[in-house]
Design a protein around this ligand. Sequence first.
Ligand code: URA
Length: 434
Amino acid sequence: MDMYGIIEKKRDGGKLSREEINFFIEGFTTGRIPDYQASALLMAIFLRRMDKEETYFLTDAMMKSGDIVDLSAVHGCKVDKHSTGGVGDKTTLICAPLASACGVPVAKMSGRGLGFTGGTIDKLEAIPGFSTQLSPEAFIAQINRIGIAITGQTAQVAKADKLLYALRDVTATVENLSLITSSVMSKKLASGSDAIVLDVKCGDGAFMHDLAGAEEMADWMVEMGKKAGKKTLALITSMEQPLGFAVGNALEVEEAIRTLRGEGPADITELSLAIAGAMIYAAGLTDSLEEGQKRADHALQAGEGLARLRALIEAQGGDSRVVDAPDRLPQARYREEIRAARDGWIQAVHAKRIGAASVHTGAGRQEKTDVPDPAAGILLAKKIGDPAAAGDLLATVMGGSRERLQLAAEEVRRAYVIGDAPVQPPALMLKKVE
Ligand code: URA
């Protein structure tokens, strides 16, 4: 077997065997197969596609390419949650404490933001003192002690994914069903939880722009999880416009805290309760998703989710006073307001543009090595379906550089579309796949 033959086979539309896929992943991870051959194969996969079986072999090989986390020392059915990426998506900060408060041990390994989507680890690091680097022993001990821990994903988990993602990012091969599915699921399967809840995004700001594409992705991911022996379910949810009003690390932490107080935006509250409910159901604590959601709602009303977030922040060395006084979170030096140029109704708030604007503010990364500004971001004032009069506030951009805010403001202006006809806001919860 050689790499040239494998590339040639996929280039010509052939189906790769488990042995060929293992040969590629093993050889690439150990440095035997060079980047140029890996890139050629990625492009061949992108153009010729892989079927479900090849995708399963790829997922399995990638999962085994690094450490497999052993969470057997954590009592109970551990549930992980993953979103395929969204703008303003701070749901982990809400649904993880809620599920934990309802008795689900939450062992969450999260990533940093890439491109225009923010990562949970970047958000948590906006809390002064919060440590996102727990040793495996500290991670397990904390879950057994308080029911929740959130740590950064190490480079050793699904090693092949880290290397492949870096290549995909610069060879225009990210947006492929098999490559996304194997990338997400190899990491989730190596992270040691017993059950996985996926939030597959659909719409303008997502990899999948239409429901059919999102359904296919959800279906494939769920099947990969089940084949690996994990209870897996997916919710397909809208990413037509940013979630909530806050986009940016400290701003999103503040919105998450408000949501756990019961004062959050309707969309974030609805989505967080649905995901927390799915986690409770996946843990086997209820017989239905609906019942799980009711429990999560109860925990929200009783303030138990907020108490669990406070315990999480304290346990990981953060300043938990931010829970009562969010103004202790980093504050931006400069602000600029974007106002409506005409009367009408908000037809669109393009999530991708808002994401790009947040990168301009300094909240995200342009290069992998960039350090996000925790205080930077965007506070939206209007969402799809809202009426607007000329001069009304649409959004405020915030950050540490006036020049960067100019670029961000331009992008935010382009994100908003105001038209004459009233419109309905898009439905948030689109489908569930079990
Ligand atoms: N998120 C991932 O982890 N991998 C992908 O390929 C896309 C999104």
